[in-house]
Unconditional design. Structure first.
Length: 349
């Protein structure tokens, strides 16, 4: 819209220094221009807020993800608020004040040199959104850092668990462990009984007692239902299952954290470009209004003004570069046939 309507009308105005399209079209041009620029800022805030919820309140966000009505309502509210910020003032300022201060052949808003109005509007249009977007982005970054630390702590704790704790958590291991303990106890009791018998028979025959002690020792070293090999096998199986589970959980968490880091990185880029494009114009506009255009060079003001439109040109390229979902949406809007052909092509391959 900026490229199709605003810029074509502004280029002759800049080149000739005179507005030749009439008073009514001038007001329409101003309303559309201010509306598009302001809605661009508010949409950045809305998208940042959406990303903030998806990372910090993932469960609640996924529960509301299919609510199309709420999403449409938010987008409509962005455009309504953007219009209310400047639209009524552009349309009705001269009627409220009783006269127009714009000379013939010029086209700018009646409040162009009203410092109080511009300061209030700039706070709502730039400073508040910029601080909000920075807050959302910083919160996302800190949340990711916290989750990364928690994930590393959990993995470290799991890797340091002892064999006994692993055995106690597995039902099969519990049976095996009980079996080993019972056999060891039984062997000890048998050994004690055999020793007492041997001592009683020692007076009769020392040779028989020696054989009995050897027999009892052999029976104690050979439990019936459990041996070292079976214990090792069960422990090895349990450790393998545990490692598979840990790797699976680690991979899932790593994928989620990687995705969230990409979101934070893309938001940082968007916020940075937004600040670069909007800060010069906002500051120069406030200063210009305070000194009635006497302290700011026309060249620098025009440069800052064009930066706003450059931001509108960059955003449609920037969002698809940062988000695969935007790329799919643009393909669906601009090349619907290509989107329909792709699945068929993928099946053939």
């Amino acid at each position: 819209l900026a490229g199709a309507f605003c810029i074509p009308l502004y280029v002759p105005y800049v080149l000739t220094g005179r507005w030749i399209f009439g008073r009514s079209l001038c007001k329409l041009w101003l309303v559309v221009d201010y509306l598009l620029c302001t809605s661009s800022v508010f949409n950045i805030v809305l998208i940042s807020y959406d990303r903030f919820l998806s990372v910090t309140r993932a469960v609640a966000y996924r529960a509301q993800q299919g609510n199309t009505r709420q999403a449409v309502l938010k987008m409509v509210m962005v455009w309504v608020l953007a219009f209310l910020l400047y639209g009524p003032a552009i349309i009705s300022w001269e009627y409220i004040s009783g006269q127009s201060i714009i000379p013939s052949g010029e086209c700018y808003a009646e409040f162009f040199y009203n410092w109080y109005f511009l300061m209030t509007a700039s706070t709502l249009e730039f400073f508040t959104p910029f601080i909000s977007v920075m807050f959302f982005n910083l919160s996302i970054y800190l949340n990711i850092q916290k989750r990364t630390k928690m994930r590393l702590d959990v993995l470290h704790e799991v890797h340091n668990q002892s064999f006994t704790e692993e055995m106690e958590r597995s039902p099969e291991a519990k049976v095996s462990l009980k079996c080993c303990k019972w056999e060891q106890k039984e062997s000890a009791e048998t050994l004690d009984l055999s020793k007492s018998k041997a001592q009683a028979a020692a007076s009769t025959s020392s040779l028989d007692a020696k054989d009995l002690l050897e027999t009892s020792s052999e029976s104690s070293r050979k439990p019936k239902c459990c041996n070292k090999k079976s214990c090792k096998t069960s422990a090895s199986t349990l450790s393998s299952e545990k490692r598979v589970k840990i790797v699976s959980q680690s991979t899932t968490q790593h994928f989620r954290l990687s995705r969230d880091k990409k979101v934070a990185k893309s938001l940082a880029i968007i916020v940075g470009i937004f600040g670069i494009c909007w800060a010069p114009y906002t500051l120069l506009m406030i200063i210009r209004a305070g000194c009635h255009g006497q302290c700011i060079s026309e060249f620098w003001y025009e440069t800052s003004f064009w930066l706003l439109w450059i931001n509108s040109a960059v955003n449609p390229v920037l969002y698809p570069l940062c988000h695969s979902s935007f790329r799919r949406a643009f393909i669906k809007l601009l090349c619907p046939k290509k989107l329909k052909i792709q699945p068929h092509y993928a099946l053939q391959n």
